[in-house]
Every structure is written in C-alpha cells, then in structure tokens.
Design a binder for this molecule. Structure first.
Ligand code: NI
Length: 197
C-alpha cells in the first residue's frame, strides 16, 4: 500500500503539472490566435454571394484556404482558382475539412452576386466574399495583402495589382502556412494534406 502511494503521489503531481503547462500553452496559443502567428489573419466581417454577413467566427471549425483576387483578373486568379478546385478534388474526403475562400480586392465591381457566380464557375466548394471598400481594406491589411487598382489608359476596364498567395488557416482561425498559388492542383493538395492534423 505504501509503495502504491509512493508511486501515485508523484504521478498525481506530474499530471497536475502537465495539466497546468498544457492549459497555459493552450491559453497562450489562444491569445496568439486572436492576432494570428506573425500577425497574419484576424477578425473580419464580409458578405457572401447572397449579401449575408460572414465573419471569421462563422468559419471556425474547418481549415480555410484563403485567397485574395478579383473576378476581372485576366490570368492569375482564374488559374489559381482552377488549381484550388483541382486540389480539393485531389484531397478527396479530406477536402470536407477545408473551406476555400476567395476574397475580392475589387469590391466596386465585385458585388456579392458577381463574386458568387465567379467562384461557382470553378467549384461549388469555394466561398466567395466581398464587402465595403473599408471592410476589404481591413481584411487585406489583416492578411498583409497588397492590392492597387491601376487606372486604364484607354478609359476601359481597370486592372488591380494584387499579391497572389494562399493562406492556410487552422480550424481555430490561426494562420498555419502560406501556400504558393503558382502550383499545380496535385502539389497544392499534397502541401495542404501535410498540414491537416
Ligand atoms: Ni488576380
């Protein structure tokens, strides 16, 4: 009995120390999570294709694959979204845990229905989001995304320069890793798959 006690007490103390450390770590990561590691990500309020409000909190519980672009983009955005759609197919069942999100940096032209129709053409899995100029500026800043409308020389449609990078966010909203947008669907799927716990 004495020997069991001798064994049990250190075990209990060990478990208590472990619980406190894990608790502290979870608390700390929770605090970091509000800003995102490296300051990437954070709270946002946007609109879906139906004009309904969508916040970062509404999207918790699944991994997010976030991309910023615009529907009039001549080449990079369509290519990227095509590969993202392919990557989701390549992930198979695991794709259910990943929500691809397309956020426009051209809210003036990309009204909710325009964004919704655009992403639907690539994959029904992609969530298209837009918002006011201020909301887009805020989310772009949170994700450290650069974008700048270029005035057209001939008075025609303008283009928007923008950084082209995918952000993999965790189910808790924390930034996990950037994913290069100029990869094939198979490469993207492999990289995403490595980060799914
Ligand atoms: Ni683009």
């Amino acid at each position: 009995m004495q020997s069991v006690k001798r064994l049990l007490i250190p075990l209990l103390i060990g478990a208590a120390v472990l619980a406190v450390s894990v608790g502290g770590w979870v608390y700390l990561s929770g605090a970091i999570g509000e800003q995102g590691i490296g300051g990437i990500g954070g709270p946002f309020t946007l609109e879906n294709a139906a004009g309904q409000t969508v916040t970062d909190r509404d999207l918790r519980g699944r991994y997010l694959l976030v991309y910023f672009g615009y529907t009039f983009c001549p080449d990079v955005c369509p290519t990227t979204l095509n590969e993202v759609a392919g990557a989701m197919d390549a992930l198979g069942k695991r794709a259910d845990r990943v929500q691809p999100v397309f956020i426009t940096v051209d809210p003036k032209r990309d009204i909710p229905k325009v964004v919704g129709d655009y992403v639907a053409a690539f994959s029904p899995r992609i969530l298209g989001l837009t918002g006011s100029a201020e909301q887009i500026a805020a989310v772009a800043q949170a994700y450290r995304v650069y974008y700048a409308a270029q005035s057209s020389k001939d008075g025609g449609a303008y283009t928007v320069d923008h950084s082209s990078i995918l952000y993999l966010m965790g189910p808790d909203g924390r930034f996990i890793t950037p994913i290069r947008a100029d990869q094939s669907a198979a490469e993207m799927a492999a990289e995403i798959g490595r980060h799914l716990s």
